[in-house]
Ligand binder design. Structure first.
Ligand SMILES: *Cc1c(COP(=O)(O)O)cnc(C)c1O
Ligand code: SF4
Length: 336
């Protein structure tokens, strides 16, 4: 929809999210230049350890300039330490890959089925298990959805369908529409949950068409965001969150505890406060999945528990996330 203001004809229209997605920074030299560190050749990664650098420009704009320890920069800039082979850090950290075969539906926990709706992400987070599984868009093939939805339909114990990935909002809105068509007719499915980092890293994704789709869904709606640091929020992210809430979604956030990025009580408390200001409640704080190439981000349990105690001492209970770890074979996320 184009709203004509007297001035809009003179400037070009704002780019859509697809365009912004394609325009992401993928070159380390360009990224360092953009944050004022262009002369720091020592920060240039030798290579990307097989997982490409990718970060939308709007997210880069929230990084502090001239600061090689910026918590947003460190989440996306490849580092030499990714080549370290560390005992216990494996290619398949959560042991899910067998069940991720076929139709992309994971039904590990009672009442909830999780669909790998898309393998793509707008940002490549260095600590992510996905670094070893850059599974492509083919996951979204309609035939696989039909199989996945047939499974959901046949199992009345499934109360909630979770769209995850990668990032499910990488899909075009008409694809999401296609996917959720028929879901509303299943009386046992009362809730749709979306796990997404896009409202944070590319808030333009929450556009009119998306909001219209979400608002029209006759289901309870939960959107679980992924932000690790208060600095990831700005006015554009606040606006995306407000639109999601207006469309009827309850907003939660999950974070990963990351060494050098958010592993101090101040940073975590600031994150919780910033989330609440955007209308989002903290949900999980994850202990890192032990994936090869991410060992340098790990925070040990003793320190993690001390941080939780510090958080409980300074925040209202509803702003304290649950510290959990995913363990293959468990019936739920495991509290640390
Ligand atoms: C994390 C996860 C869920 C959701 O768990 P909650 O504790 O309800 O957030 C569901 N299915 C799978 C396979 C998961 O990994
Ligand atoms: S957005 Fe999520 S799934 Fe995608 S790379 Fe980052 S952590 Fe991994």
């Amino acid at each position: 929809m184009i709203t004509a203001s007297p001035h809009s004809r003179l400037s070009s229209p704002a780019p859509g999210w697809r365009e912004l997605w394609r325009d992401a920074i993928t070159d380390a030299g360009e990224l360092l230049q953009a944050v004022g560190l262009g002369d720091r050749t020592d920060l240039l990664p030798v290579d990307d350890a097989g997982f490409a650098l990718r970060v939308p420009r709007g997210f880069v704009a929230r990084m502090r300039r001239n600061d090689p320890t910026d918590p947003l920069l460190l989440q996306v800039l490849p580092q030499q330490a990714e080549h370290d082979l560390v005992e216990g850090f494996t290619m398949d950290a959560v042991g899910d890959m067998a069940s991720k075969a076929g139709h992309g539906l994971l039904h590990k926990y009672d009442g909830r089925a999780l669909l790998i709706a898309s393998g793509s992400c707008a940002v490549n987070c260095r600590y992510c298990f996905r670094r070893h599984f850059p599974y492509g868009e083919e996951i979204a093939a309609a035939s696989q959805w039909r199989d996945a939805l047939a499974h959901v339909k046949a199992d009345p114990s499934i109360r909630e369908l979770i769209l995850s990935g990668g990032d499910p909002l990488a899909l075009a809105t008409h694809k999401l529409e296609e996917l959720t068509l028929g879901l509303a007719e299943l009386p046992h499915v009362i809730r749709l949950r979306i796990h997404t980092r896009l409202p944070v890293v590319l808030p333009e994704r929450i556009d009119d068409a998306f909001v219209a789709w979400l608002a029209a869904l006759p289901l309870q709606k939960v959107v679980v965001l992924h932000a690790n640091h208060a600095n990831e929020f700005d006015a554009s992210v606040d606006a995306a969150c407000a639109r999601l809430r207006d469309a009827g979604a309850t907003l939660l956030n999950q974070s990963v505890l990351l060494r050098g990025i958010n592993d101090d009580a101040e940073a975590l408390a600031d994150l919780s406060e910033r989330l609440f200001a955007a209308g989002v409640l903290p949900y999980y704080l994850h202990q890192l999945d032990r994936v090869q190439g991410a060992a340098h981000f790990e925070v040990n349990d003793i320190r993690a528990l001390a941080l939780m105690e510090a958080l409980r001492a300074r925040l209202p209970g509803y702003l304290v996330p649950r510290l959990v770890r995913e363990v293959g074979g468990d019936a739920s996320k495991r509290p640390v």
